[in-house]
Design a protein around this ligand. Structure first.
Ligand code: PLP
Length: 454
């Protein structure tokens, strides 16, 4: 084990790190980050890394955009804090809501702000319940999510998340949440099953689940267009087209969780456009402000806004809101980020870089450790396996994904290991040379991993 620096010791003694094995923090040694520039970050000892995951799939403009910084400073000088409770407002929130309405892929009536992706999705569920109460369907309350989904970590959103580590010993999931199949053909397709048959099976399974639970008890279905933290799972092209009519037939709201996919990531403004479905309502966060400040939002159609009106008439007010929901700093940065995305044609840029990104992932599939590679726009993943022919996974106790990720960090690049899948989601401003450099370093780390594991 290398000697810990003073900064690392201070870190360990003061911080609980999320998604980190607490008992091994000394052995792992925290990476204390000091500054960022473009797609690069620098640690407290001066070592530089390419940030290949945009932090947490969110810093789409990299770490030093001057226009963003200026917009933030200007807003802090003018109005560092205010809120939207009790009929108060301020222009950055109004402007951002208008901007979101303009770029949304579905007709949006109004925008309800929060601070985090979890809060936005939590709000979605409360609103689905509120809406069904408003229209006299008090039993229609269950939410369908998917195995391997990631929707957050509040009590409700961790329940929607379909990953065991978010449930075990947190006493989750809560009631009213049901999970349906994960649309990953590579891992869950049956022996000899075509992709079309796989999609048909998942659609039939969803239909069966709805019938079993009773359609009159199901309020909503929530989905990420491309699943992120579950291991960058790109559903088959025909998947959403197959399940949407089933939801519609049973009067089930479709919530698109665009917390990662929104704002260009998949090569369109929104992931649902890329994956070909039409949700009723959308959650956004992360790249909305390029993560220069926390902010999330729920984009609401007219019929849900009508429900808020009628409930207010009945109850007296709309009893929901967060102190920092729609924070002026976040809103000013959101306005600026969207302006930059348009001005610099970030969507076009993602589309232009996507073929190189896909090609480098495809090349990684030739590596002995890599069983499967997948991507959409500038989000992708590689799944490491013990046996490429049989797709046999490694024993999770070996921690192969984590080890390859550690080798990569030594080589000066950051990705995220989700079990034995490594996620890639570089800032959307990454240059061709930087993207190639990231993949070269990843190839090196895979070779290190191959030497280590065999
Ligand atoms: N939804 C998706 C698709 C996410 O990827 C995340 C976080 O990664 C969340 C929701 C939760 O967002 P937050 O961590 O801001 O609460």
């Amino acid at each position: 084990m290398t000697q810990l620096t003073n900064m690392q010791v201070r870190d360990i003694e003061a911080l609980v790190h999320p998604y980190t094995p607490q008992h091994r923090i000394r052995e792992i040694g925290p990476l204390v980050v000091e500054k960022g520039h473009g797609v690069w970050i620098t640690d407290s000892q001066g070592k530089e890394y390419i940030e290949g995951l945009s932090g947490l799939w969110c810093a789409g403009l990299g770490f030093s955009d001057e226009e963003m910084i200026e917009a933030g400073i200007e807003q802090l000088r003018k109005l560092p804090y205010y809120h939207l409770f009790g009929a108060k407002g301020y222009e950055p929130a109004i402007e951002l809501a208008e901007s979101l309405k303009e770029i949304a892929p579905i007709p949006i009536s109004k925008v309800l702000f929060a601070s985090s992706g979890s809060e936005a999705n939590d709000t979605q569920i409360k609103l689905a319940w509120y809406y069904n109460n408003a229209r006299g369907k008090p039993d229609k309350k269950k939410i369908i999510s998917r195995v391997k989904a990631y929707h957050g970590v509040t009590v409700m959103t961790a329940s929607l998340t379909g990953l065991p580590n978010n449930h075990i010993d947190f006493d989750l999931p809560v009631a009213r949440v049901v999970h349906t199949d994960c649309p990953q053909y590579y891992r869950f397709g049956l022996e000899g099953e075509t992709e079309a048959e796989f999609v048909a099976r998942l659609a039939a399974s969803l239909q069966a689940l709805i019938e079993r639970e009773g359609p009159e008890t199901i309020a909503a279905f929530i989905a990420e267009p491309v699943m992120g933290a579950g291991g960058v799972i790109v559903p088959p092209d025909a998947y959403f087209a197959a399940i949407q009519p089933i939801l519609a037939a049973h009067d089930i709201l479709c919530i698109s969780d665009e917390v990662i996919c929104g704002f260009g990531r998949t090569g369109n403004w929104f992931g649902c456009e890329t994956m070909g479905y039409t949700p009723h309502t959308i959650s956004v966060a992360k790249q909305m402000t390029a993560s220069y400040a926390p902010l999330s939002a729920v984009l609401l159609p007219q019929f849900m806004v009508d429900a808020l009106d009628s409930q207010s008439a009945k109850i007296g007010t709309f009893g929901h809101g967060y102190t920092y929901g729609g924070h002026p700093l976040g809103c000013a940065l959101g306005v600026k980020a969207i302006e930059i995305y348009k001005k610099r044609d970030v969507v076009g840029r993602v589309r232009a870089m996507a073929p190189l990104f896909a090609e480098r992932i495809r090349r990684l599939e030739e590596h002995p450790l890599v069983g499967n590679g997948r991507s959409k726009g500038l989000i992708g993943g590689i799944e490491l396996v013990a046996d490429k022919a049989t797709k046999k996974p490694f024993d999770p106790k070996l921690g192969v994904g984590g080890q390859v990720n550690a080798f990569l960090q030594n080589r000066g690049a950051i990705l995220r290991a989700m079990g034995d899948t490594l996620g890639l989601c570089p800032p959307m401003i990454i240059s061709e040379a930087e993207l190639n450099e990231l993949f070269d370093r990843l190839e090196g780390a895979l070779n290190d991993g191959e030497d280590w594991v065999r």
